[in-house]
Design a protein around this ligand. Structure first.
Ligand code: SF4
Ligand code: SF4
Length: 279
């Protein structure tokens, strides 16, 4: 794994229950601390970071990129992603697949930069910041920690037109606050106290997690073409919205996973379904 890999992998890290190894020697930003940075076609390193890089996609990244490319989520996942398996993997991981060429460019990089800029992934927006979630504790909301990457290959902090940013102003500038509730909903799932002590999901539940989070079109089929609606008490207007509103469906998927994986009362089971399930 080269340096760029490590850096960008760290920039994506927000599912770990502990600080990723390669964040340990990175500068942690104190609350309100500023850093200088700029990135535009005039920097000498322009586009150099958009190749041979590990980009972990969030559920909202997958959804936005699939819609941007006019693909359903199943096709997008098959065409543009891979699922690395690591020995301590607690949850499925979805990574953007680089092109099968010597330089391994990102499939979305063009001469003038990112061709999917408005829908670029969370990690591409975050860089040069990395984020980690401290270990989950029951009853406590984990607070993200932010780190600054000061990589030699990235000249963005040495330009005369550098601007000063804080974690908050950078996130706002990069449009990260717009998607914050969806990203936070996902973070709450992956850093759930249920995982304390290294508990893992069985293969069936791993698949449920993968489908509900990443393969939203298939999850929609599951909701509307199985006995799902007969089992759960969902208001007709809410159900109607789930048919066409992707973001509402993704929020609902997170709720359903909390119910199905962690037995939280986030959904109401219909009385008839409860009676029907009696032995
Ligand atoms: S998605 Fe865009 S910003 Fe991210 S690596 Fe690819 S080209 Fe670069
Ligand atoms: S300044 Fe950094 S982020 Fe921007 S193109 Fe150069 S290497 Fe990539």
């Amino acid at each position: 794994m080269n340096q760029t890999h490590q850096i960008m992998e760290a920039a994506h890290e927000h599912r770990g229950a502990r600080l990723p190894q390669f964040l340990i020697d990175k500068k942690q930003l104190a609350e309100g601390e500023s850093f200088g940075f700029t990135c535009h076609p005039g920097v000498p390193c322009f586009n150099s970071c958009c190749a041979d890089v590990n980009i972990v996609l969030t559920p909202f990244d997958v959804l936005r990129l699939a819609r941007r490319l006019g693909m359903n989520t199943q096709n997008f996942l098959e065409t543009h992603t891979s699922n690395p398996i690591t020995k301590d993997l607690q949850l499925p991981m979805v990574m953007l697949k680089m092109k099968d060429e010597d330089a391994k460019p990102c499939p979305f990089v063009g001469d003038e930069g990112c061709t999917v800029y408005d829908d670029r992934p969370w990690a591409c927006r975050m860089y040069p910041l990395g984020m980690a979630i401290p270990p989950a504790r029951a009853g406590e909301e984990p607070k993200p920690m932010y780190f600054l990457f000061e990589d030699d290959h990235c000249k963005g902090r040495h330009q005369p037109d550098c601007k000063q940013w804080t974690e908050q102003s950078w996130r706002s500038d990069q449009g990260l606050e717009v998607q914050d509730d969806l990203e936070a909903g996902f973070r709450d799932l992956v850093s759930h106290p249920w995982f304390i002590g290294g508990r893992t999901l069985d293969p069936k539940r791993m698949h449920m997690f993968y489908t509900a989070c990443y393969n939203l079109d298939t999850f929609r089929t599951f909701v509307f073409e199985s006995s799902f609606c007969e089992r759960f008490d969902i208001q007709p207007e809410a159900l109607e919205e789930l048919k066409t509103n992707d973001e509402a469906l993704l929020r609902f998927a997170f709720q359903w996973l909390r119910f199905a994986l962690f037995a939280e009362p986030t959904l109401k089971v219909k009385e008839a379904a409860v009676e029907g399930s009696q032995p």
